[in-house]
Every structure is written in structure tokens, then in C-alpha cells.
Ligand binder design. Structure first.
Ligand code: SAM
Length: 235
């Protein structure tokens, strides 16, 4: 799977792409990630500005339409696979696990990162990207949001995780869409806190039943909004 990240700060991704699962997925050629500096499409001048003041006044600066559209149109031609264009904005559809699963089916994703007050509206009108938010709060830029999406999508790709069952059992995931059950590792006891006996007995059917029940209880207590709706009694 190919990712194209369009940003004014490509170096922000250096550490993130050179560690852990991401580094391994790149080395094993399960993904390739290309960063594109929006400033390379700025009109030639000393500072290469890509932002300007908003018409009508107001605080801050906006990223201009011309370099952004030119950049993304060029990036699209860099690979024959069609690019699913995601523009990061707090005003977009809120990202969740179902969206991550949907994005993981794509061959190629473009992540367009804003800065300052965001983009000139004509970027959206012309390119018609999907607008995606990672939550109801304001970040300084779309780069951290892009990392969140790449991170959530990459772990769903075949071969990335050592055990493919993990992303079925994980909270919000395909297994049951609920919160995951509690888990324990050695030692069996620490400061009087014991691992539940059922996990030590090796009865897999009983363990699975216990985990299902724990997952349900935890979801009821913490996130009842995730529980499937009861079928209406009038049907
Ligand atoms: N003025 C914009 C507004 O009120 O909608 C916010 C601009 S924000 C300071 C700068 C950039 O950060 C945005 O263009 C976007 O790319 C990114 N960003 C900020 N919050 C985000 C969020 N919750 N989800 C995704 N991207 C976000």
C-alpha cells in the first residue's frame, strides 16, 4: 500500500517512520510512504511562501490554492494506482476503527496536512478530497492527524502484525466492536493481586466465554454507546 503525505513539515515524520512496526513494514515493502513538501510548489522567491492573509480579514494565514492544487495533481500522477485523497481538518468526518478498516482496503492513500488557519476553500472545491477529523479538538497541523491514520491503517494490513488475530480482538474492532477484555502476564501474583484463576487452567472454551463476558461488562461500564441496539419489541 502506498501513502503520499502532503505537508509543509515533512521532517516531522522522520522519527515516526524510523521506529517499530512502521519501520518494519517499510523495510518488508508492505507499505511505501512518500512525503511531498508543499513549499516545493511555491512560486520561486527567497522565502517561498505558500500562505497568505484571508480575504475579509481575520487572524492567521491560509494555505493558498495554487501551490496546493498543483502539488496534489502532480503527486497523483506519480503512481498509476488511484489515490484516495484525505484532507485533514477538524471539520471532517470523524475517524474511527471502521474507517481505518475501510481505508486499509485502498491501494493508495494521500494525506493532505493543513497548517495555520487551514486551506483556501477552493482546494476542497477543486480536488474534492474526503475531509477527515481525528476528533473534536484543534491541532497545530494535520501531520499528527496523518500519523494517527497511517498508524491505525498499517496495523490492519496483512503481514504487519505478528498475529493477525490481534486486530480482530482489539477494542472497536471486527471481533465484536466492544472494548477488549482485561489481559495479564507473569507473574501470577503481584502485591496480592492475582491473575484470574480461569486464565491459568488451559480450558480454552471457558477462557473465551470469560473474555466475552469481561468485554461486555467493560463496555457497559465505560462505553455503553458501543453496545448493539436491542431489537425493538414491536417487531
Ligand atoms: N481554522 C481551522 C478550523 O477552525 O477548522 C483549524 C486550523 S488548525 C489550527 C490547522 C490544521 O491542523 C488544519 O488545517 C488541519 O489540517 C489540522 N487539524 C487541526 N485539528 C485537526 C483535527 N481535529 N483533525 C484533523 N486535522 C486537524
Amino acid at each position: 500500500m502506498r501513502f503520499d503525505i502532503i505537508t509543509l513539515f515533512p521532517a516531522i515524520f522522520d522519527g515516526y517512520l524510523s521506529q517499530g512496526l512502521l519501520e518494519k513494514a517499510i523495510q518488508r515493502e508492505l507499505i511505501d510512504i512518500h512525503r511531498h513538501d508543499l513549499r516545493d510548489w511555491a512560486p520561486p522567491s527567497v522565502h517561498r511562501p505558500v500562505d497568505d492573509k484571508p480575504f475579509g480579514g481575520g487572524p492567521g494565514m491560509l494555505i493558498q490554492v495554487e501551490p496546493t492544487v498543483n502539488c496534489i495533481e502532480k503527486v497523483e500522477t506519480m503512481d498509476p494506482r488511484p489515490m484516495r485523497k484525505l484532507l485533514l481538518t477538524p471539520q471532517g468526518r470523524q475517524f474511527d476503527q471502521r474507517m481505518a478498516e475501510e481505508f486499509a482496503e485502498s491501494e493508495r492513500i494521500g494525506l493532505i496536512c493543513g497548517r495555520y488557519e487551514g486551506f483556501d476553500q477552493r482546494v476542497i472545491d477543486i480536488l474534492e478530497p474526503e475531509e477527515v477529523s481525528i476528533g473534536d479538538f484543534i491541532l497545530n497541523g494535520g501531520e499528527t492527524a496523518a500519523m494517527v491514520i497511517v498508524d491505525a491503517v498499517v496495523r490492519l494490513l496483512p503481514g504487519v502484525l505478528g498475529d493477525s488475530q490481534s486486530n480482530i480482538d482489539d477494542s472497536f474492532s471486527r471481533g465484536n466492536r466492544l472494548l477488549e477484555f482485561p489481559q495479564y502476564t507473569r507473574p501470577r501474583e503481584f502485591r496480592g493481586h492475582k491473575v484470574p484463576e480461569i486464565l491459568l487452567g488451559g480450558n480454552h472454551a471457558a477462557i473465551e466465554k470469560w473474555r466475552d463476558e469481561q468485554s461486555r461488562q467493560r463496555t457497559i461500564q465505560r462505553r455503553s454507546d458501543l453496545l448493539p441496539e436491542e431489537p425493538s419489541s414491536s417487531n
